[in-house]
Design a protein around this ligand. Structure first.
Ligand SMILES: CC(C)(COP(=O)(O)OP(=O)(O)OC[C@H]1O[C@@H](n2cnc3c(N)ncnc32)[C@H](O)[C@@H]1OP(=O)(O)O)[C@@H](O)C(=O)NCCC(=O)NCCS
Length: 178
């Protein structure tokens, strides 16, 4: 599948096997995984598995996270976008779309989560015509909480995610056009 979403400073495109180096930099960093269960990856094979899983989601679900490219440097800076979740029970939901992002540490604090998140929500509401979107973060993840609120999600409640033994927050945004 091909995606091509342009924002002021970013390009959101389909993830590719050539993003392997960047995905490894992203997911092998313990700071990135601080609020994601503290399980950074150790090998490129694991990063490749993640990419392959996203490509499979494109094929089977028509959507998956986008690769985020910084236009100025043409660099892969992480991922952002929409995912159809079917493999968890999250706060009682077993099939729902969420918005999320994960960026390489040196690209934090530049507003890129906000910029890519807004573009993802636009895509979900205007192209996919989804009625609503959800998001989750670990309770202490201030950066993610602030970014989610900034892109328009509403904090709803806290819940315990049994599968990963994490205390999480639940957020929602409705499609204003429906
Ligand atoms: C969460 C994450 C994507 C945020 O990316 P980012 O591009 O730095 O976020 P933004 O620059 O768009 O910032 C959004 C808001 O959060 C605030 N923020 C960013 N980092 C923060 C921090 N460490 N603590 C508190 N607030 C923070 C920003 O100030 C901004 O609000 P403001 O404009 O009112 O100042 C990034 O930190 C990341 O990839 N973390 C690791 C993975 C992760 O936790 N992903 C989310 C899982 S649910």
């Amino acid at each position: 599948m091909i995606f091509n979403i342009e924002t002021e400073r970013l390009l959101l495109r389909e993830m590719r096997v050539e993003d392997l180096e960047g995905m490894f930099t992203l997911d092998s960093n313990p700071n990135v995984h601080k609020y994601l269960g503290n399980k950074p990856i150790k090998t490129k094979a694991e990063a490749l598995k993640t990419i392959e899983s996203v490509l499979q989601q494109y094929r089977e679900r028509g959507i998956g996270r986008f690769a985020v490219i910084e236009k100025e440097s043409n660099q892969f800076i992480g991922w952002s976008g929409i995912r159809l979740n079917t493999e968890y029970n999250m706060n009682g939901f077993t099939k729902y779309y969420d918005v999320g992002y994960r960026l390489i540490e040196r690209f934090w604090g530049k507003g890129y989560a906000t910029e890519s998140g807004k573009a993802s929500i636009n895509y979900a509401f205007n192209e996919m015509k989804l009625p609503e979107l959800y998001a989750t973060t670990e309770i202490g993840n201030k950066a993610s909480h602030n970014a989610l609120i900034k892109i328009g999600l509403h904090y709803e409640s806290d819940f315990y995610f049994e599968q990963e033994k994490l205390d999480l927050r639940w957020y929602k945004i409705n499609n204003p056009n429906l």
